[in-house]
Write a protein that binds this ligand. Structure first.
Ligand code: SAM
Ligand code: MG
Length: 270
């Protein structure tokens, strides 16, 4: 993991774009879109319905991979106890809360203040301990805080500056974590099939998501993520597709089909 070039150095040296006047990872239009629907985060039939459906398999994937690497029993009580997690782009906390219940010491950050407020209220009402903060990955990375597990699920396709975002995620991985910090990422592939299913299907036919939620051009191929991690000494260790079965109305892992939704974890190059 590279600690030589800090996120703050990069953000200063990057030309500001229309999407991100600061030159950072925040796309103001994206943040406004998520803020506008923040009240719906915990409604399983609302605008985040696909995330609710997808959530149990994401939680199981993370729990099992972390337990395998850190030598924990995934079925034991509080299997993630003692491990420091950060959930980048945590939204309403759909991921942060269940992982905190499994024992993770959880920090959740989001660039949208309304999301953080909704997440914090829900955690309080549910009696779950999550440290929610309104900030960005690059600012948290620059602050020097480090984590055993870094999560960024369904976020990279919404950021303004992908190289800075990926660098910030790798910087947040604690170099002192044994046997080595993990980084989890989930996103949508840039394929014709993903255009048909994730945009036409989910936004126009099923109307699961508001139109304009996703921009196909911002989707990333697994090879592009791997190339983005490589300069920071981080390698993809596992990758799996996630497919929706309309007959069963459920998502499941499919290691042979990375064409639409996929999840991966990465760690320091050995
Ligand atoms: C599709 S939601 C995913 C939420 C959560 N990770 C989950 O999977 O349940 C994307 C989230 O990323 C946040 N976000 C977008 N760009 C961000 C950035 N540059 N830094 C931090 N959060 C960001 C949005 O505000 C939104 O809450
Ligand atoms: Mg998305």
């Amino acid at each position: 993991m590279s600690t030589t070039s800090t996120a703050s150095t990069i953000s200063r040296s990057t030309a500001p774009s229309a999407a991100s006047p600061s030159g950072g990872t925040v796309d103001a239009g994206e943040i406004a879109r998520f803020s506008a629907i923040a009240a719906e985060w915990w409604d399983p039939r609302g605008k985040f319905k696909p995330l609710h459906k997808y959530n149990p398999i994401r939680i199981a994937y993370i729990r099992d991979a972390v337990c395998a690497r850190f030598g924990r029993d995934p079925n034991g009580p509080l299997p993630l106890k003692g491990l420091r997690f950060v959930d980048i782009g945590c939204g309403g906390g759909l991921l942060a809360e269940p992982l905190a219940r499994l024992g993770a010491e959880m920090v959740g950050i989001d660039a949208a203040g309304r999301n953080v407020a909704v997440a914090a209220l829900h955690a309080e009402q549910s009696g779950v301990d999550v440290d929610y903060r309104h900030t960005t990955a690059e600012d948290l990375a620059a602050s020097g805080e480090r984590f055993d597990v870094v999560l960024a699920l369904e976020v990279v396709e919404h950021v303004a500056h992908v190289p800075l975002f990926l660098q910030s995620l790798t910087t947040l991985m604690n170099p002192g974590s044994e046997p080595g910090a993990m980084l989890f990422l989930a996103t949508i592939n840039r394929t014709p099939k993903a255009f048909a299913l994730a945009i036409v299907g989910a936004e126009y036919v099923l109307r699961w998501l508001p139109r304009g939620t996703h921009d196909w051009r911002k989707f990333l191929k697994p090879s592009e993520l791997a190339a983005g991690f490589r300069p920071h000494g981080v390698t993809v260790r596992d990758i799996t597709g996630v497919v929706y079965n309309p007959l069963r109305d459920e998502f499941s892992l499919n290691r042979r089909d990375l064409d639409t939704n996929y999840m991966l974890w990465a760690a320091g190059t050995e």
